[in-house]
Write a protein that binds this ligand. Structure first.
Ligand code: FMN
Length: 378
């Protein structure tokens, strides 16, 4: 089959798709080779990419039986709000690569399913349009804006002000990607953004000036890292916004503590879905250590490799306050637009409830008791 690099606009669920893995297999048939490499690829040898899913699978659950579970629920509290369930859509760039309706379709589906939405700085839809799709739904979850600090701090400030004005409720500063990872799969497939798909919210941002390359010049240290954010920028960011600031991509317990000292309102344990530094441990392995370091002082969320309701239960058992889901959202978006994304979120909610019922959890506060001893690697 000849696959194009521009997606078609399917809006009906294909037959026989009953799991997130089914969505992935189906999306492989829909998306062209280059876009597939961008969406599903990871950094270098993709060791972290594989480890993320395998680590959740490797944690075992031990059911408790005959407990009274009537009136149970999946509700959680997050930054002072009660949510129907602990699922958020992870920030992912250029969603129009998967479907022409892109981020707007994702927003409609997430709002309808009561899931949170984190919109990427590199979204292919205007942040104001996405907010308009999401905010009117009475049962919606939280709406957060993922921020990459730009070399032009004035531009960054205006972006933050736009997000505030549009109704975003928190900023998620991604700190694990000051440079792109070694994306071999993308380079082999010669991935490039097709015409018509771009980071529209960054329109007008000028390229940083480049030093003239000389012998011994380092593109990473003399160019990219010259503009990369540091801990000092957290204080600056907090000084220009009244929104809570969460840090995404914190993996070291000492960084977790420093983030709280700098006033972070929450952390997202993430290795960017294995797309930045390869051979970082799986997030299921990192999460308990960060949770221990944070010691309840702030919410700790996690993403990477969440593909089943049992994975969500395990993350909550290891101390997560909520989880973010990445690639499955793009797979389902490619398969059926908003209906596809709603299906994936519904599947995860249903699977989580089934997992809770089968392990004897009335609420997610009971989740820690479901882990087979030593499941958290301690
Ligand atoms: C295609 C794609 C684009 C992404 N773009 C961003 C981004 O713009 N900002 C960001 O913080 N993370 C980005 N991520 C990382 C996700 O937010 C998330 O950390 C990761 O996908 C979670 O792993 P999972 O895909 O296994 O669920 C991206 C991930 C993918 C797959």
């Amino acid at each position: 089959m000849k696959r194009s690099d521009r997606p078609e606009a399917p809006n009906a669920l294909p037959d026989g798709v009953v799991s997130l893995a089914d969505h992935e297999h189906r999306a492989r048939l829909v998306l062209g080779d280059a876009v597939w490499a961008y969406v599903n690829g990871g950094a270098a040898d993709e060791i972290t990419l594989r480890a993320n899913t395998q680590a959740w699978q490797g944690i075992e659950l031990l059911p408790r039986v005959l407990r009274p579970l009537a009136g149970g629920h999946t509700r959680v509290n997050l930054l002072g709000r009660e949510l129907a369930h602990p699922l958020l859509v992870a920030p992912m760039a250029y969603q129009q690569l998967a479907h022409p309706h892109g981020e707007r379709a994702t927003a409609l589906a997430a709002a309808a399913l009561g899931a949170g939405l984190v919109l990427s700085t590199q979204a292919s839809a205007l942040l104001e349009d996405v907010a308009r799709c999401f905010l009117p739904d009475a049962g919606r979850g939280p709406l957060w804006f993922q921020l990459y600090l730009q070399h032009d701090r004035g531009f960054t400030r205006e972006l933050v002000q736009r997000a505030e004005a549009a109704g975003f409720e928190a900023l998620v500063l991604t700190v694990d990607a000051p440079v792109n990872g070694v994306r071999d799969r993308e380079r082999r497939a010669d991935f490039r953004l097709p015409a018509g798909v771009s980071a529209v919210n960054l329109a007008g941002l000028r390229e940083p000036g480049r030093a003239t390359p000389t012998a011994g010049h380092s593109a990473v240290f003399d160019h990219l890292m010259a503009h990369a954010p540091t801990w000092d920028d957290i204080a600056w960011l907090r000084s220009i916004t009244h929104l809570p600031v969460l840090l995404k991509g914190v993996t070291h317990p000492l960084d977790a503590r420093q983030a709280l000292t700098c006033g972070a309102a929450g952390l997202i344990v993430s290795n960017h879905g294995g797309r930045t530094l390869d051979t970082v441990p799986a997030t299921a392995v990192l999460l308990p250590r960060v949770v221990q370091a944070v010691a309840g002082d702030a919410p700790v969320l996690v993403d990477g490799g969440i593909r089943r309701g049992t994975d969500v239960l395990k993350a909550m058992a290891l101390g997560a306050s909520a989880v973010l889901v990445g690639r499955p959202v793009l797979h389902s978006l490619a398969n059926a637009g908003a209906a596809g994304v709603a299906h994936v979120l519904r599947l995860l909610r249903d699977e989580l409830e089934i997992a809770m019922a089968l392990t004897g959890c009335r609420t997610l506060a009971d989740a820690p008791g479901t882990l087979w001893p030593n499941a958290n690697g301690s």
